[in-house]
Write a protein that binds this ligand. Sequence first.
Ligand SMILES: [Cu+2]
Length: 195
Amino acid sequence: MNKIILVIIVVVLIAIGGYFVLQSEPATPESAVPAPGAEDVPEMIVSPQTQQETEQLLEPEATLEPEPESTLQPELAPEPQSESPFEPVVEPQPGPEAEPEPQPQVKEFDITARRFMFEPNTITVNKGDTVKLNITSTDVTHGFAISEFGVNAILPRGGIKTVEFVASESGSYTMFCSVACGSGHFDMKGTLVVK
Ligand SMILES: [Cu+2]
């Protein structure tokens, strides 16, 4: 009887030990084998894809960086161009102010001719002026000439002769009697000043 009881106890112990062993064994292979295999494979596949995507994203960023540099250079270039227009604006202002000063005008004078002078004997005009002279001889026939402007008129006694010409060139010119009128004829002179 003792042997049979021992055998039963051994069998029961073996059965109990086998039960615990079976419970622990299936749990470890299920979680250990499939879990690492599934986790490792997707990680290796995803990692290269993300690296390529990040590389592709970084490449366009690198190309965009030099573009703003090129755009900033032309922006700096037009700045001196904006400064230059201010200078020419100031320069033409004094130009037109100096030009209108010698605007041609009509200058009219009344001159008396008599032995042996002209009164007044000096007249002054500006270059480009139209000179109008109303000359009257009070005694005898005289002449009135300015060779440089082609002026040569005869002044009958008592009459008024009008001479008109353009003082086209600056200088000092002699106006003189062109008709022999006596002993002082060659001293009968005056001066035309064209500024
Ligand atoms: Cu004369």
